[in-house]
Ligand binder design. Sequence first.
Ligand SMILES: NC(=O)c1ccc[n+]([C@@H]2O[C@H](COP(=O)([O-])OP(=O)(O)OC[C@H]3O[C@@H](n4cnc5c(N)ncnc54)[C@H](OP(=O)(O)O)[C@@H]3O)[C@@H](O)[C@H]2O)c1
Length: 265
Amino acid sequence: MLLGSRDPDRGMAAVHSLRALHPGAEHRVAYLKIDVSSDESVRAAREAVAASLPGDGAALYGVVNNAGIGLGSHDMAQVVNVNTLGVKRVCDAFLPLLGNGGRLVNVSSASAPRFVSGCSAARQAFFQDAGIEWPALQALIDEVVALGDDTAGFEKLGLEPHNPYGFSKACVTLYTLLLAREHPHLVINACTPGYIETDLTRPAAKSRGVSPADMGMKPPEHGTVAIMHLLFGAPHGSGHYYGSDARRSPLDRYRAPGSPEYTGD
Ligand SMILES: NC(=O)c1ccc[n+]([C@@H]2O[C@H](COP(=O)([O-])OP(=O)(O)OC[C@H]3O[C@@H](n4cnc5c(N)ncnc54)[C@H](OP(=O)(O)O)[C@@H]3O)[C@@H](O)[C@H]2O)c1
């Protein structure tokens, strides 16, 4: 397993902690330097991985796009560059290295269906269109990034204003549909990890003066359930979005974990 991180010290610390948890299997995890916000870094990471494959038709088993920023942030360009365009950079670079039946898991968020539920009817349809083409999605991203603080501009586009995180995750969930259509030999899905106590979410509890558990956050190991299912389990094919309970969820509204699975298209 290759553990990608932009910061070698933090990445190696994570590798060492995994190795310590699995004595005897230390050789099974290694560090990969990658900054998903940089074309150059993703290209270098891809070259390093491609060069490390034995060359006898060996392929990668799967890729998990987990990097994410921006809960509570208002810098649309930065958030989209990591959460949406970062996923595209990694997919463009690494999907060709996956073999038949290879897995791709895009870690999106329940903020995506929540965001979509607040959009106009036409925009809701856009965010659920399995026939979406990348230029249409890129054009929307470009328009939105150019809007800055223009609230009326968001409304004209049928979008909830000032929610870069929700927008970026709605885009990545939609991009997952496109990827699944374009790569029928792969198993490609998106999910939310759930509301999990991490560096991303802890500040929200701190600012309210309560504990992460008081806010409903679960411990980090709960955040792997859907990801592990989509990576190693038997999901319902490709091009779907899963809740943190590893069951399908709709793209246009929140489904609470433990409630009935979504069975639509
Ligand atoms: N926690 C939740 O409740 C929750 C809910 C829904 C979705 N998610 C999603 O779950 C994923 C993991 O988030 P988390 O909660 O575990 O937050 P986290 O602890 O902040 O982890 C996010 C990771 O992304 C990395 N990252 C950020 N920018 C990057 C870049 N340009 N290149 C490479 N790596 C980068 C960070 O690396 P550094 O260590 O270098 O900062 C960090 O390790 C994210 O996609 C997030 O949106 C989380």
